[in-house]
Design a protein around this ligand. Sequence first.
Ligand SMILES: Cc1cc2nc3c(=O)[nH]c(=O)nc-3n(C[C@H](O)[C@H](O)[C@H](O)COP(=O)(O)O)c2cc1C
Length: 201
Amino acid sequence: MPSVAFEPQIRPDPPVWPQSVVTVVGNPRPGSRTAAAAASVAELLASELGTPYRIDELVDLVTFASAIFEREAVERAALESAIDLVTSASVLVLATPVYKGSYTGLLKSFLDVLPPQALAGAVVVPVTVSAAPSHKLLADQHLRPVLAELGASVPVPGVILEERDLEDLQVVLSTWIRTNAPIIQATTLALQPVPEPTPAR
Ligand SMILES: Cc1cc2nc3c(=O)[nH]c(=O)nc-3n(C[C@H](O)[C@H](O)[C@H](O)COP(=O)(O)O)c2cc1C
């Protein structure tokens, strides 16, 4: 029997999944506690999911707010790259303080410039911060119909924070991450497009 030479097989590393955890902060105040809380949620979640965390995947809308409202603004390039980042995210952490019993106008204005179904394929995690305990659920409740309109999957409860939670955020988040990270991971996998079948010869 003739001997057959086998090429050594190089197995590629299994893909990291989900591939990105992008963060959007809709606070019109720069350098906010909401932004810091969102970054912590994204970093801890990425670590739990085994996804590399990149700080340049945190989009602070206030840094290019004028482009959201004016077509020909100087900050247009920043807006366009934010839209690209957001529409290609597998997990999107979407953070807002509670303003006037809802989420902020800045966040709504950004969501308004996204194309139709821009978040289909993404798992969105709302992160909200309120001052009043009685208002803590309001931003999350108002965000959900808008996220549905954009095609997002929101399979887990949001990270609903009051200002006093910010003092001990890691403790508050640890249970949330442990409970919800597996559901987020499973949903990102389920959202993967099914590959086209290879035609039979
Ligand atoms: C214009 C404005 C409106 C606000 N409206 C509410 C509100 O309706 N309910 C509430 O609980 N907190 C409200 N707050 C308080 C913020 O939600 C709270 O201070 C939050 O922690 C702000 O986060 P930051 O520290 O990241 O700016 C409001 C704050 C501002 C500036």
